[in-house]
Design a protein around this ligand. Structure first.
Ligand code: NOJ
Length: 534
């Protein structure tokens, strides 16, 4: 008997960047009521859980990732009543709600930091990371901010520096302080008590830093012109051994409730990433696996990544895969529109929880942002290097009306120029659209336990193809994906038996019989149901 899988193992997660999903009150910025209005769409699409990026009160220096109050809703997004209405409706539809938890840093406007910076002997002084200047003056060490420049800002009033992994307006808290830790755990309980189904934890691997403040070593692979943050390795500022006990503490908080999920945002190499499952399941349930975002888009590279990942998982570790998020270039721009369909089929047929990023399901591209419209502080601090995240955060394209049906007024970021054809309404009515493909793939994953929870085994295939089998009981599916633009024949062992194509990325071969040999068009992927042997 297969072990009954949890909702976050079987389900599909959909990330919403709330500023850009749907504006209900006509200020050009998306909000909670907007999300509420679009729940019919999400339910039709077939996803199981919605993760919303931060909606807490914030000065919005980093668009909500600078939280000034962890237990309320920013008026720009609505009220606590709007939050409850949304949550209730999500649950009424048997969907789940995942909140974003940002425990590495607060806003500099958070009352904790205002107290902490008020004097050296304030009881909250130690809730943040304060350090004397270096003996020769200047910042205490060479630690860099992810958003450019030193990670240390001098505070005139008390004559010390405070540390910030991101903006100076985002001071890092000190997780070595037990009071801070308990206050953060109470934040989790506040939302768990209100029924949220879990958290995506922002930069969870950053939350503890070296207690001796040692300099980070230079990165031997750094090339001038790259993101300046990578000039040094993050040896002493991320992935410190002490982090795992803290995560175990978070997990304990969640485990006191039924069926909640802890997801970690972690950009680390595979062998370090899997450590975040924790010893015997005391870590995150899902350490986000970003390999598909980071690796070159080649069949052999991806095959190897999948096989290595499968092999590296601890025995209790459930896999997961992510194709896009609000920090990375859009999938369709990265791999091209034709391969974006292959990526969709890959994501939704692999073993492990898939996370989709809003708009990728209609094939939204990076939207060029003219300099005067730039919003992202990363682009403002480190301009012109293509690091800015605005292009992947533009308004959801709902229909062909002005502002793409996102808002009645000009939105906070420009709408993609292709919105008259790349939008939900047009694509829902087009049997060959990207959205129809996502809809079909999601429906297939939901009805096929072989896809949702079955085993994975890789099948040898020529250079540009990726092939694998998924199996549950006597139900067997084979997936074959052409990562190239040219047609390809594929001979597979006829001992697998006769099969029937259940889905092609081109949405036109359903029901076609195959037996040992398959022809694929350029950029085509298929899911084949292998018939049980006679
Ligand atoms: C990761 C988030 O995804 C990103 O958007 C944010 O800027 C940083 N963490 C800082 O919170």
């Amino acid at each position: 008997m297969a072990h009954k899988r949890a909702w976050w193992e079987r389900g599909i997660i959909y990330q919403i960047y709330p500023r850009s999903f749907k504006d209900s009150d006509g200020n050009g910025i998306g909000d909670l009521r907007g999300i509420y209005e679009k729940l019919d769409y999400l339910q039709w699409l077939g996803v199981d859980a919605v993760w919303i990026s931060p909606v807490y009160p914030s000065p919005m220096k980093d668009f909500g990732y600078d939280v000034s109050n962890y237990t309320d809703i920013d008026p720009i997004f609505g009220t606590m009543a709007d939050f409850h209405a949304l949550e209730d409706e999500i649950h009424r539809r048997s969907l789940k709600l995942i909140m974003d938890f940002v425990p590495n840093h607060t806003s500099d406007q958070h009352p904790w930091f205002i107290e902490s910076r008020s004097s050296r002997d304030n009881p909250k002084r130690d809730w943040y990371i304060w350090c004397d200047p270096a003996p020769e003056g200047g910042p205490p060490n060479n630690w860099l901010s992810n958003f450019g420049g030193s990670a240390w800002t001098f505070d005139e009033r008390t004559g010390q520096y405070y540390y910030h992994s991101f903006l100076p307006e985002q001071p890092d808290v000190n997780w070595r302080n037990p009071d801070l830790m308990h206050a953060m755990f109470d934040v989790l309980r506040f939302w768990l008590d209100r029924g949220v189904d879990g958290f995506r934890v922002d930069v969870i691997y950053h939350i503890v830093k070296d207690e001796h403040f040692r300099d980070n070593p230079p990165n031997p692979d750094y090339q001038p012109g790259e993101n300046p943050y990578h000039e040094f390795l993050s040896t002493y500022t991320a992935d410190r051994p002490e982090v795992h006990d803290i995560i175990a503490g978070m997990r304990e908080v969640l485990d006191a409730y039924r069926d909640r999920v802890l997801i970690g945002e972690i950009y680390l190499p595979l062998e370090r990433l899997v450590a975040y499952y924790g010893a015997s399941g005391r870590g995150t349930h899902l350490p986000f696996n970003f390999q598909l975002i980071q690796l070159p888009w080649h069949a052999q590279v991806i095959r190897e990544a999948i096989d290595n990942y499968e092999a590296a998982l601890p025995e209790y570790g459930w896999p997961n895969w992510v194709l896009g998020n609000h920090d990375k270039p859009r999938l369709a721009s990265r791999v091209g529109p034709a391969q974006a369909r292959i990526a969709a089929m890959l994501l939704l047929t692999l073993r492990g929880t898939p996370t989709l990023y809003y708009g990728d399901e209609i094939g939204m591209h990076n939207v060029p942002i003219p300099p005067e419209k730039v919003q992202d502080p990363f682009e403002k601090n480190v301009p012109g290097m293509g690091l800015g995240r605005d292009p992947a955060r533009t308004p959801m394209q709902w229909d062909a009306t002005e502002h793409a049906g996102f808002s009645q007024v000009e939105p906070w970021l420009p709408v993609g120029k292709d919105y008259r054809t790349v939008n939900v309404e047009v694509e829902r009515n087009d049997p060959h659209s990207m959205l129809t493909l996502y809809h079909e793939l999601i429906a297939l994953r939901r009805r096929e336990p072989a896809l949702a929870v079955g085993s994975y085994s890789s099948v040898p295939a020529p250079h540009e193809l990726l092939a694998y089998r998924r199996q549950h009981g006597n139900r067997q599916l084979m997936i074959v994906l052409n990562f190239g633009h040219n047609p390809h024949g594929f001979e597979y062992s006829s001992s697998l038996g006769r099969g029937t194509i259940v889905l092609s990325t081109h949405l036109d071969r359903q029901g076609e019989a195959v037996h040992g040999r398959l022809s694929l068009r350029g950029d085509e992927g298929v899911v084949i149901q292998i018939n049980a042997p006679q």
